[in-house]
Design a protein around this ligand. Structure first.
Ligand code: BDR
Ligand code: CA
Length: 307
């Protein structure tokens, strides 16, 4: 399956990258990087570090540094100042491509019409800008499988999840695009908590990448304990990749989703019609449940195949 991963690494983004690179059934055409958890300079460097750690030669492209309309927010509180605090990784040798992420996305979709799955696991600005810059690509996108939003509460405001709150206007463009969307929101990713036994299994693989993954998870765990009082960190972004590999791990339902871009307390909220109270067509396949043990077994098994 041809895919483009649009990310803002980020601890859980890093694990999502590893899982994608470790999966031969996924043809990762490129990794496009967004500002998000931290500023673009750091998210880009982190993406390059993870690519190198995994021994991958997938091209990495720098995206836009800011949201479309709103003011940039960031999540150093959760991911540390570098965006990937915890294990010390060597500075990357190979840099990003000179092509901009938005141009890469447009050119790839035009070259492979109806074949590419777009996977945003950070703010959705790169994809929204590509759609606006070249509207011809919109009907040519096979599907979007994203991490963002929630059927319930938010994690960055009481109402909004971080990726959507970073750029609600961009997220709205995606949800209103008519492209088939599968959504992994906090309601399901908070079921995917990396508990001590999951982290131990990954570390137990013994290969370099798995040990780094376990160390990333140990740092991420402290942030989640401190900020949310959770027993383990939520592996939001890898849910997207796990779904592409093993959709049966998840229970989903087609629902209507509206992104609230009006200013106020619900700015950035995904309003999901869980009870079908509106007579509006479904525009997203929304994940509701995950088999968490199956999910972590898949991650451990795949990461073992990396350097
Ligand atoms: C999302 O926000 C980021 O901090 C994570 O990487 C994930 O994509 C969860 O709200
Ligand atoms: Ca992310």
């Amino acid at each position: 399956m041809k895919m483009i991963l649009d990310c803002d690494p980020g601890h859980d983004d890093a694990i999502a990258m590893m899982l994608a690179f470790a999966s031969p059934e996924l043809e990762v055409l490129g990794v496009t990087v967004s500002y998000g958890n931290v500023g673009l300079e750091n998210t880009l460097r982190n993406a390059l570090k993870i690519r190198e750690l995994c021994g991958s030669d997938v091209p990495v492209f720098a995206g836009v540094p800011q949201p479309l309309v709103s003011t940039r927010i960031s999540a150093e509180f959760v991911h540390g100042r570098s965006g990937l605090d915890g294990p010390v990784l060597p500075e990357p040798i190979r840099g990003a491509e000179s092509t901009r992420a938005i141009d890469f996305i447009i050119d790839s979709i035009l070259a492979h019409p109806r074949e590419i799955t777009l996977c945003p696991i950070g703010p959705m600005t790169n994809l929204a800008m590509a759609m606006r810059l070249e509207p011809k690509i919109v009907p040519l996108i096979k599907q979007i499988v994203l991490m963002g939003g929630s059927t319930g509460l938010g994690n960055w405001s009481p109402a909004a999840e971080f990726n959507i709150l970073c750029d609600p206007h961009a997220a709205k463009i995606l949800f209103e695009s008519g492209v088939p969307i599968t959504m992994f929101g906090l309601n399901v990713t908070h079921q995917a908590l990396a508990l001590p036994q999951h982290i131990a299994a990954i570390r137990g693989n013994g290969n370099k990448t798995s040990v780094v993954a376990a160390e990333l998870l140990e740092f991420f765990k402290l942030s989640y304990q401190k900020r949310y009082g959770y027993a383990g960190p939520a592996l939001h972004d890898p849910c997207v990749i796990a779904y592409l590999l093993k959709p049966d791990l998840f229970k989903l339902e087609k629902l209507n989703v509206v992104v609230d871009d009006s200013s106020g307390a619900s700015f950035g909220r995904t309003v999901v019609d869980v009870y079908h109270v509106l007579d509006k067509p479904a525009n997203a396949n929304v994940a509701l449940e995950v088999d968490a043990d199956g999910f972590f077994a898949l991650i451990a098994e795949r990461l073992a195949t990396l350097p």
